[in-house]
Write a protein that binds this ligand. Structure first.
Ligand code: NAD
Length: 369
């Protein structure tokens, strides 16, 4: 089969497949076409793709490929029956989903994969969130006006930074681990009590608020909370924010607006020089002052709204994204190299948004109806 790798739209720096992943596909009998300059911003030049055995093509050639790989949805050069694999966020792109079906595309959006053990090797949300959590702490440390670790020097002692993480999913836990390695004192909030042990094992304190709604049937994701819980949680968060120097927020609700957890008054209670990094900025943000893709300053506190931090580390982000794609491809391409869509497989079914001119995803269908 012909598998095409697209150049992503600006300002994306990542690419869906690096040259290092190409030999395995060629060995499996596929032909790999790579749009010219696809990897330029991920430090993978055209020559590296050519050396790995790929054919460099113009964008309009992509329509002749059987499978197209990308990160963002850019279905401008397509052909009915073609398979596309990427991170297309159908729940945030509802207006376009019908069009994808009309184009006759078989769309696999890997952000919709069920969060099961078998799906872990294809979980693009995890591989990219891990980078975002790590970079959030490095970014905060470089913007913060004081040391992160405890220092005892001849000129006097410096207390360690107090860092608060809201949301202990993949990004949050990596933020905790990174902040601990830098010597910060870390506190964590999450509505899922199940993460308490993981948080504690990383050397951070889990701040508990009793009475969270049961999320055990939500596929690992958080669920909407009662007004009473939100009130109690808000009081606890206010107390924690006030004594924090750095806050990393990652709280998301699958397919919905992110919960607003930090008010302007809470930010005003932080001491000047403090830093807030909001990784939920793209879905509305966790603070009332977050502006997506912007850094704002309010009474001496810097608030960074950035949900695309993985793109600030394009080499490893592309490497891991590409590995996720290879693992998913192994699920839909037979050993003989033909397309084999097994609709009884929960991962194939769970990631497929449109197929055969129909919107097929059970979770997307009701919201577009
Ligand atoms: P996410 O990005 O959806 O949310 C980040 C965190 O914010 C979550 O821990 C969530 O509980 C928390 N949150 C939501 N609302 C909150 C609120 N009001 N206050 C405080 N915290 C709040 O999470 P994610 O990183 O995508 O992980 C989601 C789930 O999927 C987790 O249970 C994770 O362990 C699981 N997971 C499973 C797999 C797999 O098995 N394939 C892979 C990755 C993650």
């Amino acid at each position: 089969m012909i598998i095409a790798v697209l150049k992503e739209p600006i300002p994306e720096t990542r690419v869906s497949l690096l040259p290092e992943s190409i030999p395995a596909l060629i060995k499996a009998g596929h032909e790999i076409w790579v749009e010219k300059n696809a990897g330029a911003l991920a430090f993978a030049p055209d020559e590296a793709y050519a050396a790995a055995g790929a054919t460099l093509v113009e964008r309009n050639a992509v329509a002749d490929a059987h499978i197209a790989l990308s990160i963002h949805p850019a279905f401008d050069t397509t052909r009915a029956g073609q398979v596309w694999i990427g991170q297309y966020q159908p729940l945030y792109n509802l207006a376009k989903v019908d069009q994808w079906a009309r184009q006759g595309l078989t769309i696999f959006s890997l952000d919709m994969l069920p969060r099961t053990t078998r799906a872990q090797s294809m979980d693009i949300l995890s591989s990219q969130a891990n980078i975002a959590g790590y970079k959030a702490v490095l970014l905060a440390a470089s913007m913060y006006c004081r040391y992160m670790p405890l220092f005892m020097t001849a000129a006097g002692s410096v207390a360690p930074a107090k860092l608060l993480v809201l949301g202990a999913g993949v990004a949050g836990l990596q933020a905790v681990a990174t902040a601990r390695r830098l010597g910060a004192v870390v506190e964590v909030f999450d509505t899922r009590p199940a993460v308490k042990e993981e948080v504690m094992s990383l050397g951070a304190r889990f701040v508990e608020v009793e009475g969270a709604a049961d999320a055990s049937k939500a596929g690992g994701y958080a669920v909407e909370q009662s007004e009473e819980f939100k009130q109690r949680q808000s009081e606890a968060i206010a107390a924690a924010v006030k004594k924090s120097d750095i806050v990393i927020t990652t709280a998301q609700l699958f397919g919905k607006q992110a919960p607003l957890l930090i008010s302007t008054a809470m930010i005003e209670s932080m001491r000047p020089g403090s830093v807030v990094i909001d990784l939920a900025a793209a879905t509305g943000g966790n603070t009332s002052l977050t502006k997506n893709n912007e850094t704002v300053s309010h009474r001496g506190v810097t608030i960074v709204g950035d949900s695309a931090l993985a793109a600030s580390m394009p080499s490893d982000a592309s490497k891991l994204y590409g590995k996720n794609l290879l693992n998913f491809l192994a699920l839909i391409v037979s050993k003989e190299g033909a397309l084999h869509l097994n609709w009884d497989d929960d991962l194939v079914k769970g990631a497929c948004i449109t197929h055969d001119h129909q919107l097929v995803h059970e979770r997307v269908k009701p919201v577009t109806a």
